[in-house]
Design a protein around this ligand. Structure first.
Ligand SMILES: [Zn+2]
Ligand SMILES: [Zn+2]
Length: 348
């Protein structure tokens, strides 16, 4: 395969909140990594936040956006010995794989997603809204057969973040009763992880009837779907349900207040949604009920491996719409206006 000298990419320029479509050199093959021809890149709400952010000293002045990628290996670095990687093989790309060094303050504590020094593809450093990317093998997970690239792309963030929170942080068990707030880009994946993978009972609430219909179609019993406009604490009391774990994928003032009211004593609340930047925590309620508040951010290599495996088996079916890479600004605008129901993956 011949690799061109230049390519097109959507880039963030410091001082400009509008993405710039420009021609730049194709990166070289990293010695410990892969040159990947991108096949799909997921659009995320945080792309707009990244376009607006100007005050992070560790960010490059100009960089390629996109932190959910999937592509085909077209070059392999001389120091790569892992036989899972071969030319023509497909890989899903983890934007923040961590540096992996024992001397790293975070990687040494199994917190690779918080690594301060490793690559942050599309988050201050070159990402995946481009035709090619150079990536260390630490960020490349082989794509199982049968998983399309657009699904592989969105699995890296929208599914992996939900999975890490539910499985590794909140450690939700099959015997639990779970309440899920929000069936959006992450929340609908969360529902599939709890319902279809873990097998726990899950009650769901969302303001959008079409999301609730989708939950119903997935097999959530009608009695466990809270109709929009219903007082959730009243519903839980009336039906006598004991909620072991609340999955807060909204993070609005109302949902966070409801979460604290409906969770049973000794229960836990997983916080992922940031509808409001600041929310009220009822100290007395939390102490008397001996609650556990668990925050989660991003995911790790093994989470992405698990998620891709579950996707290949059809246990998780991420909902994704397709678009063209050159239409990125339009999809970002639609996402911001709430006009996109599912995640969008841009095909290169
Ligand atoms: Zn994201
Ligand atoms: Zn590190």
């Amino acid at each position: 395969m011949s690799i061109p000298a230049t390519m097109h990419a959507w880039r963030k320029h410091k001082g400009n909140s509008v993405p710039v479509w420009e021609e730049i050199p194709v990166p070289s093959v990293p010695p410990t990594g892969l040159l990947v021809k991108l096949l799909a890149s997921g659009v995320c709400h945080s792309d707009q936040a990244l376009l607006d952010v100007e005050d992070r000293p560790q960010f490059n002045d100009v960089y390629t956006l996109g932190h959910e990628g999937c592509g085909e290996i077209v070059g392999i670095g001389p120091q790569v010995t892992d036989p899972r990687f071969e030319i023509g093989g497909k890989v899903a790309l983890l934007a923040v794989p961590g540096c992996g060094l024992d001397t790293c303050s975070e990687c040494s504590r199994d917190l690779a997603q918080l690594c301060p020094s490793g690559m942050h593809h599309g988050i201050g450093q070159d990402g995946f809204y481009a035709e090619y990317v150079g990536i260390d093998v630490r960020g490349a997970v082989p794509l199982p057969d049968g998983v399309p690239p657009e699904v592989g792309a969105i699995a890296t963030d929208a599914v992996t973040t939900a999975y890490h929170g539910i499985v590794r942080r909140a450690r939700v068990q099959a015997t639990e009763t779970v309440f899920l707030f929000g069936l959006g880009g992450l929340g609908f994946n969360a529902l599939q992880i709890v319902h279809s993978h873990i097998g726990a009972r899950v009650l769901v609430s969302d303001l959008r009837p079409e999301k609730l219909a989708a939950a119903r179609a997935l097999g959530v019993p009608k009695a466990d779907i809270i109709p929009p406009g219903t007082s959730i604490p009243d519903f839980i009391t009336e039906h006598g349900v004991q909620i072991d774990t609340v999955l807060e994928f909204v993070g609005a003032a109302q949902t966070f207040a409801d979460a604290q009211r409906i969770v049973r004593p000794g229960g836990k609340i997983l916080c992922i949604g940031t509808g409001e930047r600041v929310n009220k925590l009822d100290m007395k309620n939390g102490i008397r009920k001996r609650l556990e508040f668990v925050f989660s951010y991003g995911g790790q290599y093994r989470d992405l491996q698990d998620v891709l495996g579950l996707t290949a088996k059809g246990i998780i079916r991420p909902r994704v719409k397709m678009g063209k890479l050159n239409e990125f600004p339009r999809f970002l605008r639609e996402l911001g206006e709430g006009g996109v129901e599912d995640r969008v993956a841009l095909v290169i």
